[in-house]
Design a protein around this ligand. Structure first.
Ligand SMILES: *Cc1c(COP(=O)(O)O)cnc(C)c1O
Length: 392
């Protein structure tokens, strides 16, 4: 019996090493990684420049404390604010922590503006993490069940529905923020019908009512959708943005960025993290961003995403069980009319790592470094698995 707590339904495989988009299991079998450790390994596995940077950093310093100035985190904060147009950064270690920081920031902002019971508007089918506050913000009953009483102060509306938010605005005066993923990941790769209109609409409502627009880009940020951040497909900027997953290429790091009035809310003693922004994690973050820039991986992700979508559309057009194929960059979803959870294991048998989310959606988040040949290989392998699954 494993001594691990039983929190994951794991696939029957153990990996030993990786290179680029490929992973090798202990038995020597080679797998195409189309999941990237859930949007973490954007640079693929064992990227030589990343390995060099973190190896050198370990020899110098791994951790000190936020009691002191940390040059590596200053450098990463400089870079992150420059590519995002945000003003400042709080570093933590994961996505849920980045969202916790955002939620605390929004509540404090409310209190500073004489709102004693601040509430945050959140979306159906959203995912924000597994801590008590973030699972309460999450729009999935499965994530919440058994953990009641939930943290209060969240109002839920349908995703991609501006009218629902207008209605709340007209009857409530204690709302302080909207928290939303520009593209829902766990919820099934849900892309707003018109991302520009939706985010612009959210921005306008927030401006009218003095609310903070807080975007959870933990999954869709860091080049994944073909831009550094998904909101950069639009003309707006958020007041707060959370990041994690792809930021450290696997070295745990999260970040909560703020802009304008949101950037002055926290003061010393209001928030903190022991490990947050340590020299190792922030040098991994800086190296990740530098490599994405040098290798022009945002534009590349956009191109590869379009190619993958086109190829799947060709390969799967005969199947009416395939309801939709959608992508923005390398966030790709294939939605079925029926539950398709079995596909994860069937793909594994074919040497392909994928994931099924929201019961009916195959989610693909391949490394940003995937090349054209590999992208076609991915489509060929998965199309074969899907064909066998549907014709069984
Ligand atoms: C994964 C994810 C989180 C949670 O991140 P953790 O690092 O697992 O805490 C939060 N928001 C979104 C959109 C995510 O995809």
């Amino acid at each position: 019996m494993s001594k691990m707590m039983d929190t994951y339904a794991r696939q029957p495989v153990t990996f030993e090493k990786g290179q680029g988009i490929w992973l090798w299991a202990k038995d020597g079998k080679k797998y195409l990684d189309a999941l990237s450790g859930v949007a973490v390994n954007g640079l693929g596995h064992a990227h030589p420049k990343l390995v060099k940077t973190i190896s050198e950093q370990i020899l110098k310093l791994i951790h000190v404390s936020n009691i002191y100035h940390i040059a590596e985190q200053e450098k990463l904060a400089e870079k992150l604010t420059s590519i995002s147009g945000m003003d400042n950064v709080f570093f933590c270690n994961s996505g849920c922590e980045a969202n916790e920081a955002a939620i605390k920031l929004a509540r404090l902002y409310g209190h500073q503006n004489s709102i004693d019971t601040p509430e945050i508007i959140v979306m159906e089918k959203s995912f924000h993490g597994r801590t008590m506050a973030t699972l309460s913000a999450t729009g999935n009953r499965k994530t919440q069940a058994g953990f009641e009483p939930l943290v209060g102060g969240f109002i839920r509306v349908a995703f991609d529905d501006l009218e629902a938010i207008q209605k709340i605005a007209s009857r409530k005066n204690n709302v302080v923020a909207i928290l939303a993923e520009p593209i829902q990941g766990e919820g099934g790769i849900n892309i707003p019908n018109n991302i520009q209109n939706y985010l612009k609409g959210l921005r306008e409502i927030c401006d009218q009512h003095n609310w903070l627009l807080m975007l959870d880009e933990v999954q869709c940020g860091i080049g994944r959708t073909g831009k550094w951040f998904a909101y950069q497909h639009t003309s707006i900027k958020p007041d707060v943005m959370s990041l994690a997953k792809g930021l450290g290429s696997g070295i745990p790091i999260g970040a909560c960025l703020a802009r304008g009035k949101a950037s002055h809310v926290f003061t010393p003693g209001k928030h903190g993290s022991t490990f947050g922004g340590n020299p190792l994690a922030t040098s991994a973050g800086y190296a990740t961003l530098s490599i994405i820039e040098e290798e022009k991986l945002c534009a590349h992700a956009s191109k590869m995403g379009a190619l993958i979508n086109d190829e799947f559309t060709k390969h799967l057009k005969e199947f009416n069980q395939v309801k939709a194929i959608r992508n923005l960059g390398l966030m790709v979803g294939i939605e079925f009319n029926e539950p398709c959870g079995e596909l994860t294991k069937l793909a594994l048998d074919e040497g392909l790592l994928i994931n099924v989310t929201a019961d009916k959606v195959v989610r693909l988040l391949p490394p940003l470094v995937i090349n054209e040949k590999e992208a076609k290989e991915l489509v060929n392998r998965l199309s074969k698995v899907i064909r066998n699954f549907l014709l069984k």
